[in-house]
Design a protein around this ligand. Sequence first.
Ligand code: ZN
Length: 256
Amino acid sequence: MRIARFTTGDDPAYGLVDGAGEKIAEITGDPLYTKIELTGQVYAVSDVRLLAPVIPRSKVVGVGRNYADHARELGNEVPAEPLLFLIPNTAVIGPGDPVVMPPQSQDVHYEGELAVVIGRVCKDVLPEDVAKVVFGYTVANDVTARDLQRSDGQWARAKGFDTFCPLGPWIETDLDVADLRLTTTLDEEVVQDGTTADMVHGVATLVAHVSAAFTLLPGDVILTGTPAGVGPVRPGQRVEVRIEGIGSLSNPFVRH
Ligand code: ZN
């Protein structure tokens, strides 16, 4: 299933998106917590505004340097264990929402990533049990103020600004993520073209590792790292991240 969150101008609702990504069938509640029941209302996707498909209740967990080529391009070693950081849920925005580049940074980068959405409360999950706690997958842009990441040492500010965590366009619940093509386009130019097969630590290892540290709650999101090709965005440019089997997430970047 593809589960989207959307609005037609009223309160946000959830819906099931068809395979072509053209129609959305409204459902009654939040599918993380309630059984999926159709309301009977169907919209054209083009007639609704898609929202972030999930607002993480407690946290977004990021993973640093999980693709060897990306670690190398920034002059870093691949860490022996997954390198974790936290992003506040206030950074999350949806498809089409503008990323607001803050005055504190002059070097804001895109990072296209596969995002894992957790479906149930869990702790100390074994790698072989990870599929049971994953609700689905979506696309993320782990926007990073690269200059502040370097100068701060800690990554909380560099990756945690409001609007720095676009998620969408929807959650795909049935997906084998072992080898999915991930491309990022900056305006018309393809800048990242990788595959999830090149992750240093795969999804099962990452979820197990994260849950060994933190209790995960339904709606928590884990970002799985970015392939090579990161780079700066200028105000007025648009970044689109596309993952095979899910769809594409596109956001304009602006400076106020
Ligand atoms: Zn990242």
